[in-house]
Design a protein. Structure first.
Length: 293
């Protein structure tokens, strides 16, 4: 089986190093070539001799492709990815946010629980190695899951769940809360030591839940107690841990707001829901994206 992974940041690198333990033909792709990957987990630093290929030079046809880039890269990948597919290729969206499911045929959205950050010369892995997907029948992906379950050296989990739609909206809400406040404050999870930040974030989460519960087309309902679940999650993060949008802002890169906060605003549409905090932060994040040509 031929597997392609697009994106050599934290998520793509973790997936690649885990799948390299299997009997598969693996190719990790990014914007430029590299000889390998260095990953730091806690105090352990390990070099993995997994080459990274410039995606523009790759012309293989893959059975399974993981898109593990940042969502702003999707626009640039729209023309390239179809050239890497055959008629049965499955595409796993190992991405934050929602709103891109129909971009490619045979798309498989995943809820990603892999927290890490790409530093200048290594990747720091903070928490988790898990992807959640909808409980249905797949082709190459089912074969891969079977191989992973039979190999105890693989720590990555790809788990099918009956509650995928609800879990996906919950992850969207989690991302809305923590990505917003870390990006706009340009600070890490240490901000949750401040009670006023906690209260602000709780209100933001409440507005996000209101939109999902009143406007989503999937019949999903999120319990208001999920606010406590999300906040406990944030409070459990290492103080120095950032988020994808935090790292984007401090590196002056485009953020994923279009598929996180922006998706919620699109979902809200004409629903008559009062969301003053979400309205304001989305406007500020949109303003951040304005660049000189």
């Amino acid at each position: 089986m031929k597997i392609g992974i697009i994106g050599a940041g934290a998520v793509g690198a973790i997936i690649a190093t885990e799948l390299s333990n299997l009997d598969v033909e693996l190719k990790l792709m990014a914007r430029s070539n590299r000889d390998g990957l260095t990953i730091k987990t806690g105090e352990t630093v390990q070099y993995h001799k997994i080459p990274v290929y410039d995606i523009d030079t790759v012309d293989d046809k893959f059975d399974l492709i993981f898109i593990a880039s940042k969502t702003p890269a999707l626009k640039d990948l729209q023309d390239k990815i179809p050239t890497l597919m055959h008629e049965d290729t499955e595409i796993v969206f190992a991405l934050n946010g929602m709103g891109y499911d129909n971009m490619f045929s045979h798309g498989v959205p995943a809820v990603v629980y892999i927290s890490g950050q790409q530093k200048e010369d290594y990747i720091e892995h903070f928490l988790n190695k898990k992807l959640l997907i909808e409980n249905k029948q797949y082709k190459a992906l089912d074969t891969l899951i079977e191989q992973m379950q039979e190999n105890p050296s693989v720590e990555l989990q790809i788990v099918k769940t009956e509650d995928f739609k609800r879990i996906r909206y919950e992850k969207l809400i989690v991302n809305t809360g923590v990505n917003t406040v870390t990006a706009l404050s340009q600070n890490t999870a240490r901000i949750f030591k401040d009670q006023s930040v906690v209260m602000f974030t709780r209100q933001l989460l409440n507005e996000a839940i209101d939109i999902v519960n009143n406007c989503n087309p999937d019949g999903v309902t999120i319990d208001e107690n999920f606010i406590d679940t999300a906040m406990n999650m944030y409070l459990g993060y290492p103080a120095h841990m950032g988020t994808s949008m935090y790292y984007d802002v401090i590196q002056d890169k485009p953020t994923e707001f279009q598929y996180i906060q922006g998706f919620l605003m699109t979902l809200k549409g004409n629903c008559s829901i009062h969301t003053p905090i979400l309205d304001t932060v989305t406007l500020l994040l949109k303003a951040y994206e304005i660049r000189d040509n």
